[in-house]
Ligand binder design. Structure first.
Ligand code: PAF
Length: 328
């Protein structure tokens, strides 16, 4: 299967180093995500589990849940707030209602390369955003990546915005994403990821957009014949801990979780990028019709989306947008 190939190509875990932390007591972390067990994100979580359990000498136990088993991105965050779940790592997009600054990640074509994304997330801006998101019952401790989003659909090859006319596209629950697809001429509808496969299968929507890894891991190729490599939005994952749980943890273990989240983020991004091109290739070989847009074709999408920036600049903050544009 596609996944079997991808799984054998996963970069191995880096060696877990560091001293075992000495502390009494036992702490259990349920860590739940929306993506499936075969994606880069889950692989990152497995590495997180290994780091935390080894360095705490088993004093902190991590149990992993995938495929929105304990709730989709928004539900999981609310479970953290009520203290029924300890950790999750959602895309930033559904959280914009709580943390308006995150909307900057939804602007189209803002991150020209993965390196710029890294420098923003791992630099001053990303650090400030983690602090900003550490409220409302949440503690934000790190970044990983969902990655560059690509368009798939069941109807037609999409080479230019005109090809999107009338296509029903599922988006995340996020107003900028809705605005993007409306501006391009499609007919977008927000929907929880958990409902998406069935909606595509039954033709409730014609298409969706997610990184190659998620397209493969969620088997969207079974119900989507066409894909376009649009790279239209780069979506980070943010690693969140329930403040109720966090406040019970000894300082050494808080520090351990911060370190493990950082190491997971570095490793997960490596896995995500290694697999991205391989999986695109595998999807192609499996018969998916993939349109790779030329720089000129991408420019047509960018120009068409200029009004999205005008629309959102004031609300998101022009300074933040400009400061990201200065990162190289
Ligand atoms: O499309 C989405 O909703 C998100 O990209 C996903 C796959 C749930 C990851 O956060």
């Amino acid at each position: 299967t596609l996944h079997a190939n991808a799984a054998t190509q996963m970069p191995p875990f880096p060696e877990v180093t560091g001293d075992k932390v000495e502390a009494d007591g036992e702490y259990k972390i349920k860590f739940s995500i929306g993506t499936t067990q075969s994606g880069a994100q889950y692989r990152g979580l497995e590495y997180f589990e290994k780091i935390v359990e080894e360095r705490s000498g088993g004093d902190v136990q991590v149990e992993l849940f995938h495929s929105a088993q304990l709730g989709d991105d928004l539900q999981a965050v609310s479970n953290l707030q009520s203290g029924t779940l300890e950790m999750t790592a959602p895309s930033t997009s559904p959280l914009v209602g709580m943390f308006p600054e995150f909307a900057v990640f939804d602007l189209p074509f803002l991150f020209p390369t993965p390196e710029v994304a890294d420098n923003v997330l791992d630099g001053e801006i990303g650090q400030r955003m983690l602090e900003e998101a550490s409220r409302q019952g949440l503690v934000a401790i790190g970044w990983a990546e969902n990655g560059y989003r690509q368009l798939t659909n069941s109807e037609t090859p999409v080479k230019e915005p005109a090809d999107l006319e009338g296509l029903k596209i599922r988006t995340m629950q996020n107003d900028i994403h809705l605005d993007i697809w409306r501006t391009l001429g499609a007919n977008p509808t927000p929907m929880s990821f958990a409902e998406l496969f069935t909606a595509l299968e039954q033709g409730v929507v014609d298409g969706q957009e997610n990184p190659w890894i998620t397209i493969e891991a969620s088997k969207f190729y079974e119900v989507q014949d066409y894909a376009s490599e649009t790279n239209h939005v780069y979506t980070p994952f943010i690693t969140l801990v329930s403040a109720r749980f966090w406040d019970r943890l000894p300082a050494e273990y808080q520090q351990l979780l911060r370190e493990a989240a950082k190491e997971m983020g570095e490793y997960e991004r490596k896995v995500s990028r290694t697999l991205n091109d391989q999986i695109k290739q595998e999807l192609k070989e499996s018969g998916m019709n993939i349109t790779e847009l030329s720089p000129e074709q991408v420019k047509v999408f960018q120009e068409k989306l200029a009004p999205v920036y005008d629309e959102w600049r004031d609300e998101i903050g022009g300074e933040l947008i400009d400061s990201i544009r200065q990162v190289s």
